[in-house]
Write a protein that binds this ligand. Structure first.
Ligand SMILES: [Zn+2]
Ligand SMILES: [Zn+2]
Length: 86
């Protein structure tokens, strides 16, 4: 019974790591472009140089700075407002 539990936990951990990795790689590219005007911006910038659109916001759960367009906080993994789930 314990073995089954350990296997289940390993699979769950693996899945979580893979899912996080995929989220990070796909979302990162989106996050580097202003959602409002499409201007590419550099790492660390919080305002779009073209339209002054805010590029980052605070996670309501853990207060970590996160990019607009992210459906999940990469820090606490909570679902963010605006994300859609069926
Ligand atoms: Zn912009
Ligand atoms: Zn968070």
């Amino acid at each position: 019974m314990i073995v089954i539990f350990l296997v289940a936990v390993s699979i769950l951990l693996y899945y979580l790591l893979v899912a996080r990795g995929e989220l990070t790689s796909t979302e990162e590219d989106v996050a580097k472009t202003c959602l409002n005007c499409g201007t590419r911006f550099q790492e660390g910038e919080t305002l779009c140089r073209t339209c002054k659109e805010s590029l980052k916001k605070q996670c309501p759960y853990c207060s970590q700075m996160i990019n607009f367009g992210w459906n999940y906080c990469p820090n606490c993994e909570n679902k963010l407002v605006g994300g859609q789930e069926s």
